[in-house]
Design a protein around this ligand. Structure first.
Ligand code: ADP
Length: 546
């Protein structure tokens, strides 16, 4: 027997309808790519998204067609998402930080028909355009006055292009399982893989993201997503924020410490989210100027492990609650958030920081398990680590154009490629990427733990740990460090600092000093490049063992 409730497909554009109806006047503030601050609201964004939808429809863009966006977080970018998915087309966010070859591969693989780009990326696209045969037209997200002369095919200024139609248009309606958005993983190994979100998965995920023990968003919040919309579905902020009617502040192209501080202060931002690199820049700026953060209540740190010292600074010096979060493109992207359950709520100082090093517990809609190499479930004791697998309505079941390749196990779980522990209260802690784990004498060593410890050395700016071949132990850890500006240290200094803080057999066998550590397009350490660089490296302990 079926239930007798209404058919109301979970379609993403219903979110902007709701925001426009009940929170229409709520400000959406942007630092525009052209320069000045621009303020609009949800009602205007919806009205313009409808125009965009009508214009795309007129241009022949149909259900299932992909429309690429290469853009910063701005009100126009937000409009493009809703306009595109409101006719059943698919927004495809492209990460401008990828290498040109990857961009070409991704855009061609997705078969994007239209490219919507910020002014910033016009020169980049002009160089690539010859190799993007499927793109029929380029829409530059600006007005006629700022439109550059460009060789891009059928290029037109966004404002002129949507200005050619009125807003008398109705969203299309379709099955809630229809594709809505697309985002490629950065592909640190092999080709990038396309993750294809549906309307249903995005809407359910937005509910999950807004919950009190997720981002705890409310209509009273002023929310600034610094994490770009092109990074892992923009961490759902383009959906969860209008869903609750919170005000938005969008940083555009400027994410340096001073620019971010200026917006936090001027618009009394209460909630913000980004990767650790962004917060490092902000904290350095605050230290330099002595400024405080009186309005900011919560900061979500994710994408890479939140360093302990960063969490401590935000909470103890600036009075801002840190929510450490973990997720991935394949999960829409939220997987877990570290908020305090009653069992941990009373903790303070170092004990609280110990818990905040964990990536946290999942919201409803994410199931987790850890398994060994034989796929056997491992205990939740906070110590045993294994492959982290997940299941849920906003988790990918296969990749775009690879529908026949199985990526789920027999129970329908997706292997995240991360290695983690889970404690008795359900708090997950990442110990490594499966491919980065160091296998020493049949045991696993977590590279992340050693890196976090090394970063605590006052003179160390950045640290990475990789496994180096060893005749006796198979692999042993090599610590690669970048020193802070004008600072020096010896291998012995660094190792002495770490002594006693980790198991003896986890101590790196050697320390290599480098000027720079390579990063991926989303700011993660590019271990594959480090491994290549050090592939012929001989550890002093290896010589001794031979
Ligand atoms: P990209 O490489 O494009 O950034 P994702 O955002 O999908 O791709 O990356 C997901 C991966 O990032 C996770 O599988 C995990 O390894 C890492 N990650 C994300 N958040 C954290 C975190 N809080 N701590 C440690 N690792 C994290």
């Amino acid at each position: 027997m079926l239930g007798l409730m209404q058919e109301w497909p979970l379609l993403c554009h219903r979110i902007i309808d709701h925001a426009a109806t009940y929170h229409g006047e709520r400000p959406v503030v942007t630092r525009s790519v052209e320069g000045p601050i621009f303020t609009t609201n949800y009602a205007a964004i919806r009205a313009r998204a409808l125009k965009l939808a009508k214009r795309l429809d007129k241009d022949g863009v149909k259900l299932g067609d992909r429309v690429a966006t290469l853009a910063w977080n701005t009100w126009r970018h937000l409009e493009t998402w809703y306009g595109i998915l409101g006719i059943g087309a698919v927004y495809h966010t492209v990460n401008p930080r990828l290498f040109p070859e990857q961009l070409i591969w991704i855009i061609n693989h997705a078969e994007d028909r239209v490219m919507m780009t910020d002014l910033t990326f016009v020169p980049l696209l002009e160089k690539l355009a010859d190799r993007l045969p499927k793109i029929e037209r380029y829409i530059v997200l600006t007005d006629a006055a700022h439109m550059p002369k460009t060789s891009l095919k059928n290029a037109v200024a966004y404002e002129e292009w949507i200005g050619e139609v009125d807003g008398d248009f109705a969203w299309k309606s379709f099955d809630e399982n229809t594709a809505a958005g697309m985002c490629y993983t950065s592909g640190t190994t092999g080709n990038p893989k396309g993750v294809l979100y549906s309307h249903r998965s995005n809407v359910l995920h937005a509910f999950m993201a807004a919950l009190p023990d997720s981002k705890n968003l409310s209509v009273r919040d002023v929310c600034m997503p610094v994490v770009p919309m092109f990074h892992a579905n923009g961490w759902s902020l383009a959906f969860s924020t209008p869903m609750v009617g919170a005000s938005l502040v969008l940083p555009g192209a400027k994410m340096d410490g001073a620019s971010i501080y200026e917006l936090l202060d001027a618009y009394k931002v209460t909630f913000t989210a980004a990767v650790p690199t962004v917060w490092l820049m902000l904290l350095q700026e605050l230290e330099k100027t002595g400024a405080k953060l009186p309005h900011l209540k919560r900061v979500v740190i994710g994408g890479s492990a939140a360093p302990r010292a960063m969490t401590q600074k935000f909470e103890q010096t600036y009075g801002v609650e840190v929510v450490h979060a973990w997720g991935m493109t394949e999960m829409s992207p939220l997987g877990s958030l570290c908020t305090m359950k009653p069992e941990y709520a009373q903790l303070t100082g170092e004990a609280r920081l110990d818990i905040q090093q964990k990536q946290g517990h999942p919201p409803f809609g994410v199931e987790m398990k850890i398994t060994d190499d034989a796929d056997k479930k491992l205990p939740w004791d906070g110590k045993t680590f294994g492959r982290l697998k997940v299941r849920g309505p906003a988790v990918a079941r296969c990749y775009f154009k690879a529908e026949n390749e199985k990526i789920l196990d027999a129970e329908g779980f997706f292997d995240t490629g991360d290695v983690s522990t889970i404690d008795p209260y359900g708090y997950m802690q990442i110990t490594d990427r499966a491919k980065d784990v160091i296998k020493s004498g049949g045991e696993w060593i977590s590279s992340i733990d050693i890196e976090n410890l090394a970063i605590g050395h006052p003179k160390v700016a950045e640290a990475a740990v990789i496994g180096i071949k060893h005749p006796k132990w198979d692999e042993r850890p090599l610590l690669v460090v970048v020193m802070k500006k004008d600072q020096t240290a010896t291998k012995e200094d660094i190792l002495a600092f770490m002594q006693g803080k980790i198991a003896k057999w986890w101590m790196p066998d050697d320390v290599a000093f480098v000027d720079e550590i390579p990063h991926t397009a989303t700011g993660k350490i590019l271990k594959i490049a480090l491994r290549e660089r050090f592939k012929n490296y001989v550890l002093p302990t290896a010589q001794a063992a031979e």
